[in-house]
Design a protein around this ligand. Structure first.
Ligand code: PAF
Length: 292
């Protein structure tokens, strides 16, 4: 454990799972609740909003900061993923110095075997991100399950920006009978509408400003959803991106929220969402919006 001393504020930071487990055992009573916010660092306002929910709903909050190698299908993306531990610690301490930070090494988490376990998420893993990032959700399932086993949280908080991830984690909890409540939290957006993401750090100022385009398109889709067919909406989005010089569309899909299957025929009792993945140079951004 480090006792990080920032302007006389002591933060509890653990970089080994054994020490974290021992600390949690020492501070917990039989009815204390632990909120958990798993992150890959490069923290932004969206992460802080998850922490806010956790600290108001639980006795203790643990935030993990770990860039998980097994969920990256693209080695360049893993290499360039921002790693800003000191700044992350400063942000957490300014927000709430009672938060316990877990920043393990790859060795501590994976020991000799840096690989994913195979998961069956009842087909959720074959849609969208799962199609375009092979193995991604096995990596996510592997790390989230390991972290849940270490932290034993009462509640765990995930942003809705990766809505597919949220549904997959809920499915994993259900199928593996894990005693944790998974809570989805609203997307936090920059002033221009761009969904907050650690990858936004890699955009130039101009790209960041222009990226409001992604949310604008999603809002237009939402507006047209009651009166347009899926085919019309797919065409509308594809043509908007053909005209763009900055953004390259990887996929756009309207899907039913629970199954994540592409919308074929609208059913009044079901809820739908638009999902989008876009490249700006080699930087990949995702976003989503609820449609009804
Ligand atoms: O959403 C993320 O930041 C990651 O996928 C998560 C949940 C921390 C697992 O590495």
């Amino acid at each position: 454990m480090f006792a990080y001393n920032l302007n006389k504020i002591t933060m509890h930071i653990f970089n080994g799972k054994a020490n974290l487990i021992a600390h949690l055992l020492a501070i917990k009573t039989s009815n204390s609740t632990i909120g958990f916010v798993p992150t890959m660092g490069a923290l932004h306002q969206g992460h802080l909003s998850l922490m806010q929910q956790s600290t108001t709903q639980n006795d203790f909050t643990v935030v993990s900061i770990f860039v998980n190698p097994t969920q990256f299908n693209n080695p360049d993306d893993l290499l360039k993923y921002p790693r800003t531990l000191d700044q992350d610690v400063a942000k957490i301490s300014a927000f709430d110095s009672s938060i316990i930070i877990f920043a393990p090494s790859v060795d501590d988490i994976y020991e000799e075997n840096v690989s994913s376990d195979p998961f069956d998420f009842d087909g959720l893993e074959h849609q969208m991100e799962g199609k375009f990032r092979p193995g991604h959700y096995d990596g996510v399932g592997t790390i989230v399950k390991k972290l849940f086993e270490i932290v034993s949280p009462t509640k765990a908080y995930f942003g809705e920006k990766d809505f597919q991830q949220l549904q997959i984690v809920k499915k994993m909890v259900e199928k593996h009978h894990l005693a944790v409540e998974v809570i989805g939290c609203e997307i936090f957006r920059e002033a221009n509408g761009l969904a907050m993401s650690s990858r936004n750090e890699r955009l130039t100022a101009d790209q960041r400003a222009e990226a409001s385009f992604i949310y604008k398109i999603l809002l237009e889709v939402k507006d047209k959803f009651p009166t347009h067919t899926t085919e019309q909406l797919n065409k509308y989005v594809a043509s908007a991106f053909i005209q763009s010089h900055t953004f390259e569309l990887e996929y756009f899909q309207i899907a039913e929220e629970e199954s994540l299957l592409p919308l074929e025929e609208k059913i009044d009792t079901k809820t739908y969402r638009a999902f989008i993945a876009v490249f700006v140079n080699n930087i990949r951004l995702i976003d989503t919006i609820s449609l009804n």
